[in-house]
Design a binder for this molecule. Sequence first.
Ligand code: HH2
Length: 316
Amino acid sequence: MTPIRPLIVEGGAHRLAGGWCRFDLVEVAGRRVAAETLDPEDLARLTAPRPDLVGLTLDRPRIMGIVNVTPDSFSDGGADASLGQTVDRALGLVAEGADILDIGGESTRPGAAEVPADQEIARTGPVIEALRARSSVPISIDTRKAAVARAALAAGADMVNDVSALRFDPNLAGVAAGARALCLMHSRATPETMQDAARYDDVMAEVASELSTAAAGAPNVPLILDPGIGFAKDQAQNLALLRHLAGLHALGRPLLVGASRKRFVGAISGVEAAGDRVHGSVAVALGAVAQGAQVLRVHDVAATRQALSLWMAIHG
Ligand code: HH2
């Protein structure tokens, strides 16, 4: 697969994924050429409007609010929250402007140990059921496991978000076939060992190729692809992916980016506490939108929504 990267410019003739970014030129294997010289199928994959995702049009950026129901997530976990408090926090994110909620019961931060499926179900199932009773917001289950996804869908979740892109549990594809959408995120190995797998000759090309393989093996439901910022990537690799993100639109699918409060944001900005990394995280989110990413997975919904409204007023 030859990497094709559209170069975003104001007033360009072609719309990226039918959205808010435009381009005239593309970079193919390091050479800049006019988009019209591409194979028509490649150009169509870059420009075609993406289908709706869980009922949301993707003609503007969407915000996925993170709800971690874990004692050990790197920035927002908490063992003490009651079910009612967690549901109120989640509905608070919707009030702040989240278009989707992503419920997770297993931390996947680097080095995190696996959580047994029954424990993950006990953490996430009741939250999803209670949320579904009180809101029609699309709900995503952040899990690598078929049993957890099955329980979440039965409790009212709409979408499955798998940080292993179907590598971890061979049964997840079958369960995700019953979801309204599936997010395939790029990673390698497991969270426990993934940072040892952060070795690439060309991170963009390899992530694109591995996502393409994952998508080819996925069930026939609407897919959204994610480069997996911080998953089996070091800082330079995260930055390369964010800088060249538009190239992943060549896969012909909508893109999701999750960089919120991640380690590299702290490392670059010199901010130690994950909860204080909101400004850097918003900067990365806007950078992703400027490359046409359709969904932003964030902890700080209000800040991201505010920044996005201004960005779209200027550029949209
Ligand atoms: N990042 C995390 C978890 N799930 N899913 C997608 N699609 N993309 C991501 O970048 C992504 C994800 C890790 O962040 P977080 O949920 O905040 O932390 P933890 O795994 O420690 O709960």
